[in-house]
Each structure stands twice: as structure tokens, then as C-alpha cells.
Design a binder for this molecule. Structure first.
Ligand SMILES: Nc1ncnc2c1ncn2[C@@H]1O[C@H](COP(=O)(O)OP(=O)(O)OP(=O)(O)O)[C@@H](O)[C@H]1O
Length: 724
């Protein structure tokens, strides 16, 4: 079985904040969870001697304390939302009223008990009093109902406002992160935890409600307890029965809170779980492959499905019950095998109040009705009291989780980008960009984060303003990396990059990126309309329809866009799914009619296929059009055009047209191409950089390199022979 091995582990940067070295056994505890998962937990020396559940309790409360400044900030933020305080105050008043109702009800129950007592002793009933007490008890129930409803009515707009406010925050965080920060799996995890996508209510709302409910539950407990003590004072055996009922309820609630805290363990310690189990990794891959539409063509055409089913079955059989996600296996692993002592004595304790009551009734037969009534009152109020108490425990548990999430959320909001911003505005004079930008690499070396090998090694070159440069080389030689470093998607490990003679790190990032137009080799399409896909090339002119259509025709996309049904409003992939009822098309419904969604679809303008597939070349033309939003010679804000394999998916005519257009459009701007092709482009280039294995091995014009008779000349001649 593959176990990760030292090669894999050495790659981990143990100095980075938030990481720990899994090889250091003093710091990290390693546990195998079943066949698949391995859990690594950070040891906590200062708390290690405290018993398990106490330690977790302590951690929880310390966690709550640490999170308080974040909660305060949250309250201030909520206060800044329009009309939120008003709704919040109303909500608090309603909850307060709701929390007092059980005590009032209990008090009326005590009154009823007294009436029964008087009736037994004096054989008379004050009918008016009975009526008043009974009707007040009913009024309490109705008031409870109304208040519950009111609380729902108020919470709806309150929740919506809070959610809207924080959704914008969340979007801001996700939108502003740079590549190395966003790509870090730890940051991904942090974002997932800070902004869980699967919950319908925002964590902020849950916390606000949780804090208010904790307050109202405490009031409920205190008021219930004081009324109960009052009622019990005059009851024979009352204190004994109450003690017995409570002890049972306490034990059950204690048990429940224990399981709650065990679950809480996963949130209160630093841990990470991974798997190196080849079968499980393969099984997960197979599951993803059949669930993802992008693999369907190959699965069908390649006749792969039988093999995939056989392999899936083999892996799942080999793993048995361990073939599950971490949390499922972990829960199974943690389940207590034997019932605990408390759960064993819990059952008999439950029966004790009734046993005591029966004994008493036998001893004093005359007091049976009063004792019966008080038994009923005491056991029911004890159970409601312990229910409230349990709720308080649960609320404390979930509030500490919510506080922790709020802390993570604000940490994520403040998450710094790994590429630091510069302070020098660029350029000093916007018109200077018309004649291009100079670019210089001085002994630049670079490794991608988490990678052990150099993507660039000691790379130096200089391009003057307005030059055309083509970078050539085999796959993986480092061509794209050069372009990424110029746009400061990453910073070099060693060396310096200069733009117009200034260190690139000193320039303001937004200014630098505004001065560069770039087309990536692995360009993507946003799940937005074609119009927006092109417009995003120049967000400053996103509403300029004329500019968009012009960019589309420069990118060679306008012709096929015009032929689409929705033209520029076409969504290549609709980001919103339609919903359908569960009845499968073609089957019969309950009344014997064939299920047919056609009519509904027609009325709703819904399509049977939610994604619009264009050819690879058409996709590339849209991406090119996006770049053309800012690449024209007349565009004053751009001085450097970077194209990474811009013609890879284009047919020869389109490629020829593209290069012609680029030549004309460029004017005097600096342009760098990364390419595999030798031809007109390289012949016209001022500088060709030939890269091999992360290093520049040849540099010069076409003629220079032919004369040098190196690798460039060899491949050029090979190509020329092929056309002879
Ligand atoms: N995000 C990344 N993380 C880690 N390594 C990467 C990453 N991107 C590229 N590399 C590695 O860096 C090296 C240089 O890659 P680069 O993309 O610059 O090559 P290229 O010359 O553009 O290749 P191609 O011609 O295939 O586009 C390769 O070894 C590649 O595996």
C-alpha cells in the first residue's frame, strides 16, 4: 500500500503558519481510523492532564472568551444595517415574553393544585376562582402561540437583512484573493468553514438567535425554579419527589451533553485527516468521473463503463465498511461500545418517583388525590425544567461553535493576499504606454508553491519598449511561467523583474495589471453571458456595447455569436438550474396520465439542455475577444500584450488572420507570445527566447538563431523539410 512516503512529506513547508510537521511525534498524535483514514492531531501539553470532557469544556469556554471581540464587531456590523436594531429589539422583547410563559403556566398549575387540596380537605370548591385560574391557564397557551408566530414574522426580515449584508462580504473575500492565496488548500478549508454553503441560515443569524435564546432560556430557568420552589413549599413529600424527578432528568441531560462535547472535539483541536489508501482514492476518482458530465463522451465512446463498475465494486468490497468519508468513519470509530454507568442507573431512577408515591399512598390513603395531583405537577415541571436545562447546555455548545465560525469568518475577511501590493503609481504618464513598456528579467528563479523543482532557473533577458518577443520551447519548459511572473500572479523566489526600469514589486498592483492585457493558455469561460465574458476584459467599459461588438469582431467571434438564438445574451453554461417535480417523464401519474413536461417547459421558456457547447476554436475566439477589449493600439491604458498560445485551437486561416490583426493592432506596444510554432511570427520577432528545462538556452532574432545553428535552427529546418 502506498503511504505517502518521504518524498511527499518533504515537500510540505512546515514553517508556514497553521501547519505542523506530521513526522514530529512529540507534537503530533497519529491515529489510524479504520483502513482508510489517518488522523493527525496536535498535542496540547498544557491541557493534556485535564480529564477529557473537562478539558473540552474548558477549551469551549476559552474559545468563547477569545471570540468575544469578533462577536462585538459582528454586533457593530449588524447595527450598521438599516432598521436592524429596531427588528432586533422587537425580537428580544418577544423572546423575553415567551421565556416567562412557562413559569406563569406553572404558577397557575400550582393554583389548581391548591384548589384540589382545599376541595379534598373542606369538600368545597371556589368555582369562580377555579374558572379564573383555568381561563388564565388557557390564555397563557394562546399568548404563547401568538408570540411564537410574532417571533417568526419578525425573524424573517431580520434574517434576510443580515444574510444579504454578509453575503456581500463573503463575495468580496472570494473575489479579491490572489492566486497563491486562493490555491492554498488550507485557505480553501478556511473559506469553507468560514462560509459554509450548505446551511440555509447564515451563521450570523444563528449566533444572534442563539445568544438571545440563551438569555431567554436562563430567564425561563430562573423563573420556573422560583415558582416551583414556591409551589413545593406546602406539598407533602414535594421536595423528595422533586429531587427524584430531577436526578433522573439531570443524568439524562448530562449524557446528552457528553455526546455533544464529544462531537465538539472535532472543532476545538488542531487536526487534519488524510488518506493514502490507493483503493479509496481510486474509488473516489471513479465516483467523480461518472458524476461529472465532462467525462461522459469518453466514457461512452471508449466503452469504459463496465471496467469502471468492476473496479468500483472491487475497491468497495476490499474496503468494506471503511469505504466512507472521514466524518462518517470517525463517528463510527468514536461510538461507545458499552452503555455507560449513568445510562444503566437512569432507567430505575425514572421509575422511582412513582414507587415513592405508591408507598406514600398506601401509608396515607386519605391524601391520594392531593398526592396524585402534586406528583403529576412535580414530575411534569421537573421534566420541563430539565428540558430547558438541556437546551441551555446545547445552546452553550452551539454558541461556542458559532462564535468560532464568526471568528473564522472575520479572519477570512482580513485574510492578507500573499502577493504584497506596491506603492508607486504606474505609469507616471499614461501616454507613455502607447509606445510600449520595457521588460527585464535579472537572474529570476522561481518554484511554484508546494513544488520542489524550479519552473524557472536564473532567467535573464531584456525587451525594449515596443519590441515583439516570442518565447519558444517544449512543454513544461517555463514559457507560461514567464508571463505569469510579469503579471505578478506569483513573485520570483530569487532575482528581480523590472518594468520600465522599476522593480515590479514597487509598482501598485492594480496599476501594473491595468497596463497589461493577457490571454492565458488555459483561459476559462465564466458562467455568464457571452457579452459579459467579453466585457470582463475591460471592466471599466463593461456597459459599452459598441466596444464589446468591436472586440468580438477583432477576436473573430462576432460571426458565430450573431448566429446564436440569444446572440450576445447567450449563456454558455447556465449557472441557475431549473427545478422539476420528482415524477419521471414518460411514466404515469396518480390519475393515469402520462407525465410530460413539454407543455410546462414551453410556457416557462425552459430548455432541455442547460449548457451550450461551442467548439474549442469558438471558445478561444471568445477568450481572444475578451483580451481585445483592451488590446487595441488606440487603447492608452495598455502598454504590454501577453499571449500564451493564442492560436492553439484556431484553424490555419483564423491563425493567419489573427496574427495579421495583432500586427496592426499592436501599434508600437510591447508584445510577448508564448508559442510552439515556428513561422511568420518568429520570423518577424525582434527577440526569440528559446527555453529548455526552465532555462533560456538561445536568444536572438530569427536570423541570429539560424546562424547559431542551435536547437531553434534544427527545428526550423525540420519543419521546412516537412513542407518540401
Ligand atoms: N500551478 C503550478 N503548480 C506547480 N507546478 C506548475 C504549475 N504550473 C506549471 N507548473 C510546472 O512548472 C513548469 C513550467 O510550466 P509552464 O506552464 O511555464 O510550461 P510551458 O513551457 O508554458 O509549457 P506548455 O508548452 O505545455 O504550455 C512545468 O514543469 C510545470 O509542471
Amino acid at each position: 500500500m502506498y503511504r505517502g512516503g518521504p518524498r511527499h512529506r518533504r515537500g510540505i513547508d512546515t514553517h508556514r503558519k497553521g501547519k505542523f510537521d506530521p513526522n514530529d511525534e512529540k507534537q503530533v498524535k497519529h491515529t489510524k481510523i479504520g483502513k482508510v483514514w489517518e488522523l493527525f492531531e496536535e498535542r496540547q501539553p498544557e491541557l493534556a492532564k485535564v480529564p477529557f470532557s473537562t478539558r473540552l469544556n474548558l477549551e469551549r469556554y476559552l474559545g468563547i472568551y477569545d471570540s468575544l471581540p469578533y462577536v462585538w464587531r459582528m454586533l457593530k456590523d449588524i447595527g450598521s444595517i438599516r432598521a436592524c436594531w429596531l427588528y432586533l429589539a422587537l425580537y428580544v422583547v418577544v423572546q423575553l415574553a415567551l421565556s416567562l410563559i412557562p413559569a406563569v403556566q406553572l404558577w397557575y398549575s400550582g393554583q389548581l393544585l391548591e384548589i384540589v387540596g382545599t376541595a379534598v380537605e373542606h369538600r368545597t370548591v371556589d368555582k369562580l376562582l377555579l374558572l379564573r385560574v383555568a381561563s388564565s391557564r388557557v390564555a397563557c397557551s394562546i399568548a404563547d402561540l401568538i408570540l411564537q408566530h410574532l417571533s417568526k414574522i419578525i425573524s424573517r426580515p431580520l434574517n434576510a437583512r443580515i444574510k444579504r449584508y454578509y453575503t456581500v462580504h463573503m463575495f468580496h473575500v472570494l473575489a479579491r484573493l490572489d492566486v497563491p492565496t486562493y490555491d492554498d488548500p488550507l485557505v480553501q478549508r478556511q473559506l469553507e468553514q468560514a462560509f459554509p454553503t450548505n446551511s440555509r441560515q447564515s451563521v450570523i443569524w444563528r449566533t444572534v438567535v442563539g445568544v438571545i435564546h440563551m438569555g431567554s432560556t436562563t430567564i425561563m430557568l430562573v423563573s420556573q425554579l422560583s415558582v416551583l420552589l414556591n409551589v413545593l413549599r406546602n406539598q407533602r413529600d414535594g421536595p423528595l419527589l422533586a429531587f427524584l424527578s430531577f436526578s433522573h432528568s439531570f443524568i439524562s441531560s448530562n449524557q446528552d451533553t457528553h455526546t455533544l462535547f464529544t462531537r465538539g472535539k472535532t472543532w476545538s483541536t488542531v487536526w487534519a485527516a488524510t488518506t493514502h489508501n490507493a483503493d479509496f482514492i481510486k474509488l473516489s476518482g471513479l465516483r467523480k468521473a461518472v458524476a461529472d458530465a465532462s467525462h461522459r463522451k469518453e466514457i461512452v465512446a471508449g466503452n469504459m463503463w463496465q471496467y469502471m463498475v468492476a473496479e468500483y465494486t472491487r475497491c468497495i468490497t476490499a474496503l468494506g465498511e471503511d469505504a466512507a468519508e472521514f466524518f462518517d468513519v470517525y463517528e463510527m470509530f468514536n461510538q461507545q461500545k458499552f452503555p455507560s454507568f449513568t445510562s444503566i442507573i437512569r432507567r430505575p431512577l425514572q421509575e422511582l418517583p412513582h414507587v415513592v408515591f405508591t408507598l406514600r399512598a398506601v401509608q396515607y390513603p386519605a391524601s391520594i388525590p392531593v398526592s396524585l395531583a402534586s406528583l403529576n405537577l412535580i414530575t411534569s415541571s421537573a421534566s420541563s425544567f430539565s428540558h430547558t436545562l438541556l437546551r441551555l447546555f446545547e445552546q452553550t455548545g452551539s454558541i461556542s461553535d458559532n462564535f468560532a465560525t464568526i471568528r473564522k469568518m472575520y479572519d477570512a475577511i482580513n485574510l492578507p493576499n500573499r502577493i504584497p501590493d506596491g506603492i508607486t503609481p504606474y505609469p507616471e504618464n499614461l501616454q507613455s504606454l502607447k509606445s510600449g513598456m520595457s521588460v527585464e528579467f535579472r537572474n529570476v528563479s522561481f518554484k511554484y508553491p508546494e513544488s520542489n523543482s524550479y519552473a524557472l532557473r536564473n532567467v535573464s533577458f531584456k525587451l525594449f519598449k515596443g519590441q515583439l518577443c516570442v518565447i519558444l520551447g517544449q512543454n513544461g519548459s517555463g514559457k507560461s511561467t514567464v508571463l505569469k511572473l510579469i503579471a505578478r500572479l506569483y513573485d520570483p523566489l530569487e532575482g528581480q523583474i523590472l518594468i520600465d526600469g522599476q522593480d515590479i514589486k514597487k509598482l501598485k498592483l492594480a496599476d501594473l495589471r491595468r497596463a497589461i492585457a493577457i490571454l492565458f493558455q488555459d483561459y476559462t469561460h465564466f458562467p455568464l453571458s457571452i457579452k459579459d465574458n467579453i466585457a470582463l476584459g475591460d471592466p471599466g467599459h463593461a456597459d459599452d456595447t459598441e466596444r464589446i461588438t468591436q472586440a468580438a469582431s477583432l477576436g473573430g467571434a462576432s460571426e458565430f455569436i450573431e448566429r446564436l438564438e440569444d446572440r450576445y445574451d447567450t449563456y454558455l453554461e447556465r449557472p441557475v438550474r431549473d427545478y422539476y417535480s420528482g415524477l419521471p417523464e414518460g411514466t404515469m401519474d396518480l390519475f393515469g396520465r402520462a407525465v410530460n413536461f413539454g407543455k410546462i417547459r414551453g410556457m416557462g421558456g425552459m430548455k432541455s439542455n442547460q449548457s451550450m457547447t461551442l467548439s474549442g476554436g469558438q471558445m478561444q475566439r471568445i477568450a481572444l475577444s475578451r483580451t481585445f477589449m483592451r488590446s487595441s493600439a488606440s487603447e492608452p491604458s495598455v502598454g504590454l500584450l501577453l499571449f500564451d498560445e493564442p492560436s492553439a485551437s484556431l484553424d490555419p486561416t483564423a491563425e493567419h488572420d489573427l496574427f495579421e490583426r495583432l500586427r496592426l493592432l499592436r501599434g508600437e506596444k510591447t508584445m510577448i507570445f508564448s508559442s510552439h510554432r515556428f513561422g511568420n511570427l518568429t520570423r518577424n520577432a525582434d527577440v526569440i527566447l528559446y527555453m529548455h528545462d526552465s532555462v533560456i538556452v538561445e536568444e536572438g532574432s530569427h536570423e541570429d538563431l539560424l546562424k547559431a545553428r542551435g536547437e531553434y535552427a534544427r527545428i526550423w529546418n525540420l519543419q521546412a523539410q516537412a513542407f518540401l
